[in-house]
Design a binder for this molecule. Structure first.
Ligand SMILES: *Cc1c(COP(=O)(O)O)cnc(C)c1O
Length: 431
């Protein structure tokens, strides 16, 4: 008679996982069953939401084909945008391969909805690094600042709460658009839940109802049963090589929201007068549809990986953000190792678990835009995709790694066990 459990253990051993690491992981995993059941419930809900949106908008085989040239009357593109609008409960959506990445989608949403003399406000502190140049916080060619759009920022309070007084004081007649980043990104503040975003938006709209509230939704899609657009956001914006692309979209971004906001973005993406009417989808739509279809369960796999890692490393005495029991609002997990060796061993473990480039050894290097060397681990089918298992760590105190993704939980689990194997082999922890 075969014993499947032993066979699986043997397979782990063949791939370099020791008995001790296997056991440690197994015990942690057993304790996480109720947690994982909750994640599965959310995935179930979101799977039905996506499926319902596809049926309601009559996705047909013809929608999976693409157009070339101008792309007039692109049935698949128009239907996909209607599906996104249904999923996010918005009036309209722009979902395009011509939106090259998350930063581009955010820049597009901002630049198309702001005019010279307007002011942009971030009530949740410093936005994602790449937006600093979009806004002009760091001077840059083509920034909003160059076009006469000013910027104001209100930081979160020390306890992570909103500085309501500060926000009220920062809003004046020129304040046109508020940008709210849902995910903590690479900061240590907590990620915002949809409920908290909703509270913030109703406070802001209570002061000035015509302010456009935009949410940077990167890494947050399908983590909860609702999206910020159901909590009052006028626009939600994100990247298709993160959650909503389900690992299949090879490029792209989306803006879902009020018809006027999406219209402005479309006129800016293509041209005044043309808007959403042009933009050939080429052969990419099938991956967009199928990726969106898989996104709820892929996001659940990534979340389980994050929870698994938090529990492993917290038990070993490291600070993890979010901690082992907190509810999740995005898929990013931070682990503070406190030493460069810890960061390096972790990232090399993730790399060694990759299906592509699993044989390469990542090294810290000086990357443009960073003030210290960064080590990155990624072996993805889609270059740079961070819904696939990936990690990076800046080589400076507190020597934390940020990791995310995993198209399947089985892969995320193996990757995390590989990190633990490396960390124990390096003598950083003893099991
Ligand atoms: C990833 C990310 C972005 C930028 O997306 P890119 O695709 O890397 O340009 C912006 N904001 C947040 C919170 C992100 O996680």
């Amino acid at each position: 008679m075969t014993n499947t459990a032993d066979e699986v253990k043997d397979m782990y051993a063949r791939l370099g996982i020791s008995e001790k690491v296997y056991r440690f992981g197994r015990e942690i995993l057993d304790s996480l069953e109720p947690r994982f059941a909750q994640i599965d419930k959310t995935a179930e809900y979101n799977q039905l939401k996506v499926l319902g949106a596809m049926q309601e908008n009559k996705v047909s085989e013809a929608c999976l084909l693409g157009t070339t040239g101008y792309g007039y009357n692109d049935l698949g593109r128009e239907t996909l945008e209607a599906v996104y609008a249904s999923v996010f409960h918005t009036e309209d959506a722009l979902v395009r391969p011509q939106i090259t990445c998350g930063t581009h989608a955010l820049a597009l949403a901002l630049m198309s909805n702001l005019r010279p003399g307007d002011e942009l406000l971030s009530p949740v502190g410093k936005p994602y690094d790449t937006l600093e140049e979009v806004i002009g916080i760091r001077p840059s060619k083509g920034s909003l600042a160059e076009y006469g759009v000013t910027y104001r920022q209100v930081d979160l309070l020390a306890d992570g709460g909103f500085d309501y007084e500060g926000i009220q004081a920062a809003i004046h007649d020129k304040t046109r658009l508020v940008t709210i980043q849902r995910s903590k990104g690479y900061q240590t503040r907590p990620t915002l839940s949809v409920a908290r975003i909703g509270e913030l938006i109703s406070f802001i709209k209570g002061i000035k109802p015509d302010i456009i509230c935009m949410v940077d939704n990167c890494y947050g899609e399908f983590v909860e049963c609702t999206e910020p657009s159901e909590a009052g956001a006028d626009m939600v914006v994100g990247s298709l090589i993160k959650n909503p692309g389900g690992g299949l979209a090879p490029i792209g971004g989306y803006i879902a929201g009020k018809r006027t906001c999406v219209e402005n973005a479309a006129y800016r993406l293509t041209s005044p007068g043309l808007g959403k009417e042009v933009g050939a989808s080429l052969g990419i739509l099938r991956d967009f549809y199928q990726g969106l279809f898989l996104a709820p369960t892929v996001t659940a796999s990534a979340l389980k990986g994050a929870v698994f890692a938090a529990n492993i490393y917290e038990k070993l005495g490291f600070r993890v953000v979010p901690d082992s029991v907190e509810t999740r609002h995005d898929i990013i997990q931070a682990v503070e190792f406190g030493t460069p060796e810890g960061v390096t061993a972790f990232c090399r473990g993730i790399q060694a678990a990759a299906p592509v480039d699993g044989f390469v050894t990542p090294e810290p290097w000086d990357m443009p835009g960073y003030d210290s060397p960064v080590i990155m681990a990624a072996g993805a089918f889609v270059s740079g995709s961070s819904i696939e298992l990936s990690a990076d760590g800046p080589m400076k105190p507190p020597y934390a790694v940020y990791f995310q993704g995993g198209l399947t939980f089985e892969h995320a689990r193996f990757g995390i066990m590989k990190t633990l194997q490396n960390i124990t082999d390096a003598g950083i922890v003893v099991l």
